[in-house]
Write a protein that binds this ligand. Structure first.
Ligand code: HEC
Length: 129
């Protein structure tokens, strides 16, 4: 009985944890390039400082990306990985030009993989954003 219960919990945990694992399956290396060259470039200019992946925990990043409310809710985070945004800055931004044909959702996953890896409690906390 106890064994069954243990097996059952393990099975349930596996099922529950699976979607979270799948969420971080983007290409973090590509995400890092995009984050540093697009997100950070603007943060330095407009927010006056870099916003580091270590500023949030993995769970906070996941919730932040899911909520899609950027700059204190003023705009959408998705917009900044969109083709439209990449097109608008491609002449002055090499990363936007390089990833111009990327799928928007996939690029968001790449950025997500990087910030989650570099989160406060991530695999490789990344101070340098
Ligand atoms: C065109 C400029 C610009 C781009 C591009 C940009 N941001 Fe921002 N971001 C800002 C500004 C400005 C703030 C600060 C807003 C404030 O404090 O009022 C900010 C704030 C943030 C914050 C702090 C929390 C919040 O939303 O207020 C996070 C996290 C963030 N940005 C993530 C990102 C990510 C990830 C990307 C790239 C996919 C990105 N930003 C691209 C301008 C930009």
């Amino acid at each position: 009985m106890t064994l069954h219960r243990t097996l059952l919990s393990a099975l349930l945990l596996g099922i529950l944890a699976a979607p979270f694992a799948a969420q971080a399956e983007g290409d973090w290396k590509k995400g890092r390039i995009y984050y540093r060259m697009v997100c950070t470039a603007c943060h330095m200019e407009k927010a006056g400082e870099a916003i580091s992946p270590t500023s949030k925990t993995m769970a906070e990043w996941a919730a932040y990306i899911k909520a899609d409310k950027h700059a204190k809710g003023k705009d959408s985070l998705k917009y900044y990985v969109s083709k439209k945004y990449r097109e608008s800055i491609k002449n002055s931004n090499k990363a936007a030009a390089k990833f111009i044909d990327d799928d928007e959702a996939a690029l968001m996953e790449d950025v997500k993989a990087f910030v989650i890896k570099g989160a406060k409690d991530g695999d490789a906390p990344a101070k340098c954003s």
